[in-house]
Design a protein around this ligand. Structure first.
Ligand SMILES: *Cc1c(COP(=O)(O)O)cnc(C)c1O
Length: 366
């Protein structure tokens, strides 16, 4: 048996006719950049995210940059985030002109450790970006309370967490700005690139809307320096076809995770912890092993695809050398990066395939 780490083809084939029809309608309409298909998706996705408004953009990275700019963050400012995340979280802070400051993670949840925040605060701190890594919501109560006490903005990086809930509420209902990605492998993926900002703050929404279109709120009047970050019409149409299926796909991911939990109990690898405050949507199913690289090779020999999210923490990347954060500066983040392994995860994964993967893990001599 061969089990790939991800399979996008099955989902595409299950919706092929609808997707082709929706894309064709946009091509026929001639509304290729933004347009009615994108506006419709914005209304639908705002409701799904639990927010008043949604601004569709060209990528998750653009969503983060625009959200930071809309909150007035720029040169001289510091933004606290995590180092165990995709590089885009930190890149966005840098492109906004600010400096990323990295908090260590809670090793159980792989999300921002709220206890690390007070030690990172400076007179320049303006915002906090928690990342709902792997689909597990960060500890938003403690993070939001810290932000409130110190007058900081909160921008959630939900690129891996479509459909996640925190204390029973969608992330857009928590009172802060939320950024999503629709990169093809995400829980809700376009057929190309896409992203969105969900917010219930009309000023933030208006700023993001203007910024994605060269800073124009009114045609030919450029109030601020923006950029071109508009979503393509075709992607809006694709996402509207897919959105009604998100809840079912999320339940399927959670079922796959439950099977793994059951079949990997006492297998020698550490299975994912689920925080009681959140609904984990399992963008990834990530186990930990101190012998991760040997386990990965063992699985590859048995036809099981795996991936590492992420092998090198951001503070140890060459592009952030100037921050001067040496080995050992974020111990839990660094240990996680050495131990994490993402097993195959996608909604269409069968019980049989999960059993095969689990058996391959169990046959690894621990
Ligand atoms: C994918 C991802 C992004 C960036 O999204 P793009 O659409 O690829 O630009 C940002 N943050 C996290 C945590 C991601 O997983």
């Amino acid at each position: 048996m061969q089990v790939p780490v991800i399979d996008l083809q099955q989902q595409f084939l299950s919706l092929r006719d609808e997707l082709v029809a929706a894309v064709t309608a946009v091509l026929d309409s001639g509304r290729y950049a933004l347009g009615p298909a994108v506006e419709r998706f914005e209304r639908e996705f705002a409701a799904a995210a639990g927010a008043e408004d949604c601004i569709a953009v060209e990528s998750g990275t653009a969503a983060l940059i625009l959200a930071l700019l809309a909150h007035g963050i720029g040169p001289g400012d510091e933004v606290i985030t995590v180092s165990q995340t995709f590089i885009a979280t930190a890149e966005a802070i840098s492109w906004a002109g600010a400096k990323p400051v990295f908090a260590d993670i809670d090793p159980r949840t792989h999300t921002m450790d709220p206890a690390a925040l007070p030690g990172l605060l400076s007179s320049r701190t303006r915002a906090v970006i928690p990342v709902h890594l792997y689909g597990q919501p960060a500890e938003m109560d403690a993070i939001a309370q810290f932000a409130r006490e110190h007058g900081l903005a909160v921008i959630q990086d939900a690129a891996q967490a479509h459909g996640a809930l925190y204390r029973g509420k969608p992330l857009g209902a928590l009172g802060s700005t939320v950024c999503y990605s629709f990169y093809p492998t995400k829980n809700l993926g376009s057929c190309g690139e896409g992203g969105a900002i969900a917010t219930s703050d009309p000023e933030i929404a208006a700023a993001c809307r203007a910024l994605r279109d060269h800073g124009q709120a009114v045609k030919n009047r450029h109030d601020r320096i923006g950029l071109n970050a508009r979503m393509q019409g075709v992607q809006g149409a694709v996402l509207s076809v897919k959105l009604p299926h998100l809840e079912r796909w999320t339940e399927q991911r959670r079922q796959v995770a439950a099977w793994y939990d059951e079949l990997l109990a006492d297998s020698g690898v550490e299975t994912p912890y689920r925080a009681p405050t959140g609904r984990h949507v399992f963008h990834l199913y990530v186990v930990r092993s101190p012998r991760r690289d040997a386990l990965r090779a063992h699985l590859a020999e048995r036809g099981v695809g795996t991936a590492i999210h992420y092998p090198v923490p951001i503070h140890r990347q060459p592009c952030y050398e100037e921050l001067g954060m040496g080995e050992g500066s974020l111990p839990e983040t660094e240990r996680a990066c050495r131990e994490v392994l993402s097993l195959p995860m996608y909604p269409e994964l069968t019980r049989e395939a999960v059993e095969y993967v689990a058996e391959a893990v169990r046959s690894f001599p621990s």
